[in-house]
Design a protein around this ligand. Sequence first.
Ligand SMILES: Cc1cc2nc3c(=O)[nH]c(=O)nc-3n(C[C@H](O)[C@H](O)[C@H](O)COP(=O)(O)OP(=O)(O)OC[C@H]3O[C@@H](n4cnc5c(N)ncnc54)[C@H](O)[C@@H]3O)c2cc1C
Length: 471
Amino acid sequence: MVKQYDIVIIGRGAAAFSAAIKASELSEGKVSIAMVGNGPLGGTCVNVGCVPSKYLIESASKYYYSFKKTFPGIQSNKPSLDFNELMKGLHGLVQTLRKEKYEKVINAYSNVDTFEGTANFVSAKEIEVNKSLRIRGRSFLVAVGSSPSAPPIEGLSDVGYLDSNNVWDLKYIPKSIVVLGGGAIGLELGQAFLHLGSEVSVVEAAPNILPPAEPDISEMLRAHLEEEGMSIITKARVVRVFRKNGKKSVEMVGSAGKKVLETEEILVATGRKPNTSTLNLDKANVNTDSKGFIITDERMRTSNPSIYAAGDCISKKLMLETLAAKEGTVAVSNILGRDESIDYSSAPWAVFTTPQVASVGYKEEEFMKLNGSCSCRVLSLQDVPKAGIIGESIGLTKIVINPSNRKVVGVHILSPYATEIIMEGVYAVKLGLTYEDIIGTTHVFPTLAESLKIASQAFLRDVSMMSCCVE
Ligand SMILES: Cc1cc2nc3c(=O)[nH]c(=O)nc-3n(C[C@H](O)[C@H](O)[C@H](O)COP(=O)(O)OP(=O)(O)OC[C@H]3O[C@@H](n4cnc5c(N)ncnc54)[C@H](O)[C@@H]3O)c2cc1C
């Protein structure tokens, strides 16, 4: 049996949902949409990504920092920890959000039919679902996302490991964890388990953790994580994993030679691969890059003009929920005859460690290469009055400007609440504000968001010799 739809969406994560909703709204429910997906409804973000990771990070940090001294005269708490109850709470939240934000929402759109199953192309106009049902479409949106990718390390799959898909099934807190990969996921989950009491070692091949960040930020974050007790080994490659004395052993080679770490668990966070290998994209004339990510233009169109792609499965720099959703809406807007494209230059990214990292626009080195000249200021968190009031000292704000017009082209923050504060930087980069525009805008005192204003003032004066609120 062959079913026919105007738009066929493969996938049911952030990109797919935003696309189905946008297409329904733009057409006032007139286009027929098929949404085909396997795995839990809602895809990565709600089930195994943003939602459970931020829950674990937040709860673990509340637990850990409640042992620490806060203000003089206030004794630290000694809370107890029941990991199974904590994980019950996590799974409960995931289930509720899946139901409320995905299942109920999509059921409200009568023009969208959902199909459970794995899809692959049989031609440029038709897919097969679970090798039984056939669906033909006028246009297609491929939004199949990505999966954790483990490097081909000898012994790794025999010994067994955790990744960001299955770590949520843990029934106990491992005594020790070796994390392979010092990127966002490795550091977020690594610090969460450190806060819950695991001994955590992070192994990273690059010279520093969080390679996409400004070097000042990675270095300061590294020093802080080490201060908290995380062991960080950089410039090292894991070459073999084996069992010894009932424990997992991770053998690595680095600048200091060979090293073996014994551990209870291994968490692999070395990157992600696109879920495109079984889609038969060649039958649909859809081109991919050498890693299998689908190549699109800025209108999300693939090499086949009636097939679009969005989300983690496309070839791009950042894998983020917000971008996946935006790409999904851009794709269907164009399918429905609009002319929309996506602006990646002001898309922020963040890492929810403590303190948090958030970034938008160019780094110093990138803008220097592009423009030939660049001007920057780095403000220590200690120069922000609010930080002193709340007892925070680890962090910095870096502003990158184009010296020819004083416009802000990049903002990079390491600070508590950096993921919230960065939005001020996003507007500055997106709207082409100058540092004078930021200085001339009244900020709330005392706030950590003032860091951007004070960092801007650093272009004009010595901010360490400045009284509060001076413009
Ligand atoms: C641990 C972790 C933490 C994260 N934290 C954040 C964060 O804090 N903020 C943020 O912005 N982003 C975060 N992300 C990234 C974010 O989750 C993803 O960028 C986003 O969910 C991608 O959405 P998507 O729609 O492209 O793919 P997905 O949500 O993965 O959806 C793809 C869907 O397609 C289905 N599918 C795959 N192949 C087929 C097939 N052949 N047939 C049918 N269906 C198929 C899959 O089962 C899935 O349901 C995090 C990711 C992880 C792993």
